[in-house]
Design a protein around this ligand. Structure first.
Ligand SMILES: [Zn+2]
Ligand SMILES: [Zn+2]
Length: 390
């Protein structure tokens, strides 16, 4: 384990209230030397950063030299960048049937937690995994035990953060109810939550309109506790509400839209969490200053800077998974048709959650979403009001 520098660490965790609360930052590259992540963050105007502790698609990890770790801490303290986070390796699956895969996941999470503590970051954010058909309940004890091992084998000054999933395939923890049950089974106050706005929207939580947001917030409060939400992945969604797809979009170009993000800030949702972008970037180079400036404008209650027009629908076809018509026929919902709840459709989501979200969708009214309306008019298509729960 690396030596601790308590004074520097305390400095990184200071949160300022007022005009720069919540903190707004971005996922940045740490390729080469891990401390360059802070340089990239400063260049973008980020107030905090998220980095990968290791190549996200590989189990093999490279050791970070002590000098790089010390430089990361020094630069973060110097520029007041924080609280920072590590994003875990995508291969991790704590709901796997393969014991070897499980062990690799525990090992890589533990390594990220130790690295994170050395770097002085607040937490490690990760996707719990996918159950391949056997269900959340089947793997609940295994997932809880694995996370307890990670916590036991890592310094206690760093948090392990469960990120909500988009509902893709058999992913676990796409509902806050499942996240809450997993947290309860672990029973540690070092387990926290990261809310990804794109994933939540794709999983059927309509954060884009006031009523849907209220329902989502009350469910989050009830199931996991709003105080446990320490991070927000602020991403717009390329796909419609309830698509079950994990496709991040630049702020304003997606289905949540500028109105949705303005709504989140006006409501004061997740005020004490660090907000970070994981978006493709308006120029395609990843999170950029413009995406940051849009969020900062909403935080300040100002009008957002001008957002460039989204590329024509044709160019975005593959990213959006087909035309609006294709998506609608796949999801069983016709564009522009009044939202309908199919009770049998939400086979993985708990009945209680589904009902709540259905109410939110049913209450939703078109005039509340002017941002979507204008974009829909541009592309000649209408966003399906409610897609089937994937
Ligand atoms: Zn995310
Ligand atoms: Zn995602």
């Amino acid at each position: 384990m690396s030596p601790r520098v308590p004074a520097a660490k305390a400095a990184l965790k200071v949160r300022t209230k007022g005009k720069d609360s919540p903190r707004i930052g971005a996922h940045v590259s740490s390729a080469g030397h891990i401390d360059v992540a802070i340089d990239h963050g400063v260049e973008l105007g980020a107030e905090m950063v998220q980095i990968f502790g290791a190549a996200p698609q590989m189990w093999r990890r490279k050791e970070h030299p002590e000098t790089d770790i010390a430089a990361f801490r020094a630069k973060a303290a110097e520029h007041g960048i924080g609280p920072n986070f590590i994003h875990g390796v995508y291969l991790t699956n704590l709901a796997t049937a393969d014991p070897e895969h499980l062990e690799k996941g525990v090992a890589t999470l533990t390594a990220d937690m130790r690295l994170g503590s050395a770097l002085g970051v607040a937490g490690v954010i990760f996707h719990v995994g996918s159950h391949k058909g056997l269900g959340f309940d089947h793997y609940l004890p295994q997932m809880a035990k694995a996370m307890r091992r990670v916590l036991d084998d890592s310094p206690d000054d760093i948090q392990l953060c469960i990120e909500n999933n988009a509902g893709t395939g058999d992913s676990v923890c796409s509902s806050f109810e499942e996240i809450g049950r997993l947290m309860a089974a672990i029973g540690s106050d070092r387990v926290k939550v990261c809310v990804d706005t794109c994933h939540a929207y794709s999983a059927g939580y309509d954060l884009a309109v006031a009523e849907g947001l209220e329902l989502a917030l009350s469910e989050i409060e009830q199931e996991v506790g709003l105080g446990n939400v320490v991070a927000v992945h602020a991403n717009d969604s390329k796909t419609p509400l309830g698509s079950g797809k994990d496709r991040h979009e630049n702020i304003g170009w997606g289905s949540i839209g500028t109105a949705g993000f303005r709504n989140l800030f006006q409501r004061g949702a997740f005020q004490n969490a660090a907000w970070m972008l994981e978006v493709p970037g308006f120029e395609g180079g990843g999170p950029d200053a413009l995406n940051l400036d849009i969020l900062k404008a909403f935080r300040a209650g100002n009008r957002p800077p001008k957002i460039p027009d989204a590329p024509p629908p044709k160019e975005r076809k593959s990213a959006r998974g087909g035309s609006a018509k294709d998506r609608a026929s796949k999801s069983g919902v016709k564009p522009g048709v009044k939202p309908v709840l199919k009770p049998g459709a939400a086979k993985k989501a708990p009945a209680k959650v589904t009902k709540k979200r259905a109410v939110a969708a049913a209450k939703k009214t078109a005039p509340a979403k002017n941002a979507h309306k204008s974009r829909a008019t541009k592309s000649g298509t209408k966003k399906p009001a409610r897609a089937k729960q994937a």
